[in-house]
Design a protein around this ligand. Sequence first.
Ligand code: GLY
Length: 386
Amino acid sequence: MEQINIYSGKKAISRIVTSADFRDLASCLEPYPNIYAIIDAKVAQKCPALKQVADVLRRRGAKMMEVEAAEETKTLETVMGICGWLLENGADRDALLLAVGGGITTDMVGFAASIYKRGVRFAYIPTTLLSQVDAAIGGKTGVNFQKYKNILGVIRQPSFTYICPQVLESLPQRDFLSGVAEMLKTFIIEDGGNYQKAADLFFDISSEYHVEVMMYGKDGQAVWTDLLKKHRKTLNQLIAAAARVKAGVVSRDQFEKDERRKLNLGHTFAHAIETLAQKDGGERFETKGVTHGEAVAMGMVLAAKLADRYYRKDRNEPTELEGRLSSDLWDCNIPCFCPYTIQEMAQTMKKDKKAEGDKIHFVLPKAIGEVETVALTVEEVCRMMA
Ligand code: GLY
């Protein structure tokens, strides 16, 4: 077990526990007398590793409820449903809300905990790679409202986040790869040798997968699960490394006034891609839609192109980073070619919730492990990318 802290000044305000199993969960829960667990209904049915969690919760007499976790149900209504259930079950100020699920579940439960009786404690057991390396760390909570994603919410830190990569072994391959894109994003921001290690690992996993499935006709999900088990050690190290990077950034800038903006690398483009895909039913994608991680992958390649146009003096030079990122993502089996033109994305980008006046903070990758945030108008971006 490893413990990583998030600090406010010198004070540890949230801890991240990374562990190969759930043996330490009981001791993490010990200080909390009344536990209310809110579990993603899909995960409860599909993830065998969560049996250990259910056993611990039963022994602790925790009350449990299931929620439907989807973008369409990430709403105030669902949060009110959680609050109603807490009231019915007599949850008091000493309650601990424990979210078990992906980023949608943790965001909603963190938000419910932040408003219920003016704030009770909460903790997370993230069950997707995306939430283990990103969403469940750093205290961003919230729900979608009207047409806008995560537009209502607060930043408030969970008491702890318990990361156990074992739960990922039953995750569908596409969902897992969505998290790989966020992991690579983290290492593009702060490398420490982990970017190449991650790109190599997922290239190997993807190649082995193709041999087993395409050549020997084996069952895709079974092969995928076996490969994650085989590479468990390196994977666990990379997840812990990504958590350390994010914890460091959040400790230095919890409320996203400055450095934390870097974590939005690729996201302004990604949100535009997701919005356009929702409008046109995802028809431009072979997969008839796009996951958040795939959109982030496309967004990072576009950000590299923008960086190249922004910094490069001699436009005849090859675009090295853009090429490297797209070939690494492609090798990991993550689609990264955006089907929309920059003009098509422009209107949506202007509505980015992080815009200040007519400027948006674009995160520009200069090299692996080196990014810079630059405020640009969408018009400037369109001109540079044309
Ligand atoms: N997902 C970006 C952040 O937590 O700041």
